[in-house]
Design a protein around this ligand. Structure first.
Ligand code: PMP
Length: 445
């Protein structure tokens, strides 16, 4: 076989995909895989949907691309109105983009320009969590707390203050409330030391994604971060690139907590894998301030093109019409129960956490001490390979940033049914049995 010119990752060559339908994919050799992670938590409605295809074809037949400063287009306006409606008009302005990184980058720049226009150019820094993932462009990377991705670029990325968020699995405080109180006190102290008047925005994922294995925040933490932002006069940006558009069982994860951001980034599930589309949603007055100064000095060529927005609109309509959020809640319960049962069986499953159809499983060498596996053993890669051999795709990581351990995400399409959820758990169990046997064989008697 010719070597591939593509260089996405170090590692063995990948099989070529042949086709996909529903929650299943097939490779060129006829092997079938259950998509337990929706690709990159993006194919949220499964593969091969006729309704999305029809909407895209209809738009292609009218016009695929127009540039946002030359024409308004009906799907863009309709999708923007729908998104604003989902926020109950708390976020009233929408700026479309084509990826999650662009959505975060755009939110950071909007926040920055807002302060410049207001005559507060000293507000130029961002606060974010370690660990976290916000994207791979330099601005989004600047607020990302994930060592391997940051390391080569640390010197040239934008400055960001990284603080620890709550860790309900590993903390050794007397209880969760005291843990949250301590985390918040440390955050306040870090911001005060850095200079609150230099901060433009606090950026965070309301439920962690790949970098943390679905680490949860909670209502009291988010409420207090909201209050801290208000006290210090900085904006709250929620990165809902992964959690948005139904992944957690609400349209946006913030809606579980009753905490409203000033800016919100979303992407992945909005195009549901059918076309790249993302968005920044903003409080109206922020946008009005920036627009009064002559406009937002930012934009991407493909932003908000008719085909992208027609796809996003078809996705959102399908979620509404098919009551997909109800399915997320029901299947989420089934998945959680199955994962908890596996945790009770295998001592190396340290933690199972999540919401809706966003679940993280953390692996530990010792359940009592929560000690991680040695990094060089690459356990996250091994369990992923075993799952793949059993016909199941999962989304793995190893995180070192103030949180130890191998973990993986289980994030099937939001449309998965009960039988396929059971099948997912069966395949995962088979992979785990093999993983367990390998661990036993490696442990000296
Ligand atoms: N933010 C979060 C929370 C994400 O999970 C991701 C993607 N994993 C991004 C930003 C970046 O999105 P993209 O890969 O589409 O640029």
């Amino acid at each position: 076989m010719d070597p591939s010119p593509l260089f996405y990752q170090a590692g063995p060559a990948l099989p070529e995909v042949s086709h996909a339908q529903g929650v299943y994919l097939w490779d060129e050799n006829g092997r079938q895989y259950l998509d337990g992670c929706s690709g990159a938590i993006s194919c949220n409605l499964g593969h091969g949907r006729d309704d999305i295809r029809e909407a895209m074809l209809a738009q292609l037949d009218r016009v695929a691309f127009t540039y946002r400063t030359q024409f308004e287009n009906a799907p863009a306006v309709a999708l923007a109105k729908t998104l604003v409606g989902i926020t109950q008009h708390q976020l009233e302005k929408v700026f479309f983009v084509s990826s999650g990184s662009e959505a975060v980058e755009s939110a950071l720049k909007l926040a920055r320009q807002y302060f410049v226009v207001r005559g507060e150019p000293q507000c130029r820094r961002f606060v974010s969590l370690r660990p976290s993932y916000h994207g791979s462009t330099l601005g989004a990377l600047g607020v990302t707390g994930y060592q391997p991705l940051e390391a080569p670029f640390r010197d040239i990325a934008i400055g960001s203050l990284k603080v620890a968020g709550p860790d309900f699995y590993r903390h050794d405080d007397a209880d969760d409330n005291r843990h949250v109180a301590r985390v918040l006190a440390n955050t306040r102290a870090a911001i005060e030391a850095a200079g609150p008047d230099t901060i433009a925005a606090f950026v965070l994922e309301p439920v962690g994604g790949a970098s943390t294995g679905a680490r949860m925040l909670d209502r009291s933490y988010l409420t207090d971060i909201r209050a801290l932002c208000d006290e210090f006069g900085c904006l709250l940006i929620l990165d809902e690139v992964l959690t948005g558009i139904g992944r957690t069982g609400a349209w946006f994860a913030y809606q579980h907590y009753g905490v409203t951001p000033d800016l919100l980034s979303t992407a992945k599930g909005l195009g549901a894998g059918y076309y790249p589309v993302g968005a920044v949603l903003s409080r109206a007055d922020i946008v009005e301030t920036v627009m009064a100064s002559g406009g937002f000095q930012h934009g991407h060529t493909y932003a908000g093109n008719p085909l992208a927005c027609a796809t996003g609109l078809a996705v959102v309509e399908a979620i509404e019409r098919d009551k997909v959020l109800d399915n997320v809640v029901a299947r989420g319960r089934q998945l959680a129960a199955g994962l908890e049962a596996l945790k009770a069986r295998f001592p190396w499953i340290g933690d199972v956490r999540g919401l809706g159809l966003l679940w993280g499983v953390e692996l530990v060498a010792d359940a009592a001490t929560k000690a991680p596996f040695p990094a060089e053993q690459n356990r996250f890669a091994r369990i992923t390979a075993l799952a793949r051999e059993e016909g199941l795709l999962i989304y793995p990581r190893r995180t070192l940033d103030g949180m130890a351990g191998d973990h993986f995400l289980i994030t099937p399409p939001l449309t998965i049914d009960a039988a396929d959820t059971a099948e997912l758990l069966t395949r995962l169990e088979r992979a785990m049995q093999r993983f367990d046997r390998e661990l036993a064989a490696a442990t000296p008697m």
